[in-house]
Design a protein around this ligand. Structure first.
Ligand SMILES: Cc1ncc(COP(=O)(O)O)c(C=O)c1O
Length: 392
C-alpha cells in the first residue's frame, strides 16, 4: 500500500505566489515572448489563425509539428514523436506507463522533483544518484552505478540540469548510456533547457539516438520562452510512443489547436528557433553580468558554481535558517519569490532566476540580499544571547 500522496512542493509555492509577489525570481525560463514577436516571423499567419475553426486538433500533435520536432533529434521521424501539454505531461505519462505497477526508478538529485514525487505516488521504489557540488556539480558516476540494477525500469535525468544549470560532458553522457544499457532500463532525458546555453553557442546534445531505449522530453516553455503555448513532447521508440499516446488519451486528449497547428511549428522553424534562442541567451548573458556582481557583493554569505545553461542559478548560502523558511520570509517581508533548495533535494541552497530584464532583476536581488543580511544579523544576535545565557 502506498503511503500518503506527495505534494509537488516547488509547483505548490509557485502556484500560490508567482502571480502575487512584486518580484518573481522563481521562474526558470527566459522572459516570455509576446505573440506579436512570434507572429512577426510569418505575418500571414494571423489571418490564417483567424479563419481557423476551434475544433480539436490532431490528438498526438499535428504532422507538421511532429516533423518540426523530429528534425532536431538525429534519426527520428514524426512517428517517434508525441506532442503533450508541456513537458510536465510528457514526464507524467512516461512515469505512469513504465511504473504503473511499481518497479524501481533511479532519479537524479538535485532535480526538478516532479520525478521524485511521481515515483512515490506510483508506489515505485526510488533510488537516487547525484551531481556533486564539490566537483562543480559533475555527475557522480559511482552513485549512478549504485542506484541502477537489473530491476531498474527507468533512469530519470535532466540535462541541462534544473536547478544547477550544468551540462553533462560527452564522457558523462557515455557513462549514463553505459549504465542504462547494462541494466536495460529506459532513460528519460528531460532536455527542456537545451538552447539556453550561457557560454557556448551549440545547443546541448540530446541523448536521443545514443541508446535504443532513450525517451527525450522537451517543450516550448524554457529556452523558447513560451510556456503559455503549453506544448511539450516526447521522442522515443515508436512502440513506446504508441503506449504513451494511450495514456495521453485518458489525460489530456490533445493540445490547444492554435499552439499545435500554428504557433509551435512556427517557433520550431530553424531560422525562428535560432532567433528565439539568441533572444533567450541575450537575457541570460546580460542578466549574468549583474548577477555575478551581486554574488560577489554578497560573497560572505553566498557561493555559486556558475551555471552553463538555463536562466537559473543554484546558490549556496551559509546561514542556519532552512531554505523553505527563507523563501517564505522573502514572500512575506520582501514580496519576492525564489525556489527553496529543499524543494530540489538539496538543503542550504536557493534557486534564483537571472534571465530577467535588468531593472526587475536588480530590485529583486537587492531585496533578497536585504533579507539575507537581516537573517544573518538575527542569527548572530541569537548566538550572542545563547552565549550570554550560558555564561550567566
Ligand atoms: C526540468 C523541467 N521539466 C519540466 C517542466 C515543466 O515544463 P512545461 O511548462 O513544459 O510543462 C519544468 C518547469 O519548470 C522543468 O523545469
Amino acid at each position: 500500500m502506498t503511503s500518503a500522496f506527495q505534494t509537488f512542493e516547488l509547483e505548490r509555492i509557485m502556484s500560490d505566489w508567482e502571480q502575487v509577489v512584486e518580484y518573481n525570481l522563481s521562474e526558470s525560463g527566459a522572459h516570455p515572448v509576446k505573440v506579436r514577436e512570434l507572429i512577426a516571423h510569418d505575418p500571414g499567419m494571423l489571418d490564417r489563425m483567424l479563419e481557423t475553426e476551434l475544433g480539436y486538433g490532431y490528438a498526438n500533435g499535428s504532422p507538421e509539428l511532429r516533423e518540426a520536432i523530429a528534425q532536431y533529434y538525429p534519426g527520428a521521424t514524426a512517428e517517434n514523436v508525441l506532442v503533450t501539454i508541456g513537458c510536465i505531461e510528457a514526464n507524467f505519462i512516461t512515469f505512469q506507463t513504465l511504473l504503473q505497477d511499481g518497479g524501481e526508478v533511479a532519479v537524479q538529485v538535485p532535480c526538478y522533483l516532479q520525478s521524485w514525487g511521481l515515483a512515490h505516488n506510483l508506489g515505485a521504489v526510488r533510488r537516487t544518484f547525484s551531481l556533486d557540488p564539490d566537483r562543480g556539480w559533475a555527475l557522480d558516476t559511482d552513485s549512478l552505478e549504485a542506484a541502477v540494477s537489473d530491476d531498474t525500469r527507468l533512469i530519470s535525468i535532466c540535462n541541462p540540469n534544473n536547478p544547477t544549470g550544468q551540462i553533462l560532458t560527452e564522457s558523462e553522457m557515455d557513462a549514463v548510456v553505459r549504465v542504462a544499457e547494462q541494466s536495460g532500463a529506459y532513460l528519460l532525458s528531460d532536455e527542456i533547457y537545451a538552447g539556453s546555453e550561457r557560454e557556448r553557442e551549440e545547443v546541448s546534445p540530446s541523448f536521443y539516438g545514443r541508446y535504443e531505449r532513450v525517451i527525450a522530453a522537451g517543450s516550448m516553455s524554457k529556452s523558447f520562452g513560451m510556456p503559455g503555448l503549453r506544448i511539450g513532447w516526447l521522442v522515443g521508440p515508436e512502440d513506446l510512443i504508441r503506449q504513451l499516446w494511450m495514456r495521453h488519451e485518458y489525460l489530456t486528449l490533445s493540445t490547444a489547436k492554435l499552439s499545435n497547428h500554428f504557433l509551435a511549428p512556427l517557433a520550431l522553424r530553424p531560422d525562428v528557433r535560432k532567433a528565439i534562442f539568441e533572444r533567450t541567451r541575450g537575457y541570460i548573458r546580460r542578466g549574468w553580468e549583474n548577477y555575478q556582481n551581486w554574488i560577489g557583493d554578497n560573497a560572505d554569505i553566498l557561493s555559486l558554481v556558475p551555471p552553463q545553461a538555463t536562466a537559473v542559478s543554484f546558490v549556496r548560502y551559509n546561514l542556519k535558517t532552512d531554505s523553505a523558511t527563507l523563501a517564505n520570509r522573502l514572500i512575506q517581508e520582501k514580496s519576492v519569490l525564489i525556489g527553496p533548495g529543499d524543494y530540489f533535494g538539496v538543503p542550504n541552497h536557493l534557486r534564483i532566476s537571472y534571465g530577467l530584464p535588468p531593472e526587475y532583476l536588480n530590485e529583486g536581488l537587492r531585496r533578497i540580499a536585504g533579507l539575507l543580511r537581516q537573517v544573518a544579523g538575527e542569527e548572530a544576535a541569537g548566538s550572542e544571547n545563547e552565549r550570554g545565557a550560558a555564561a550567566g
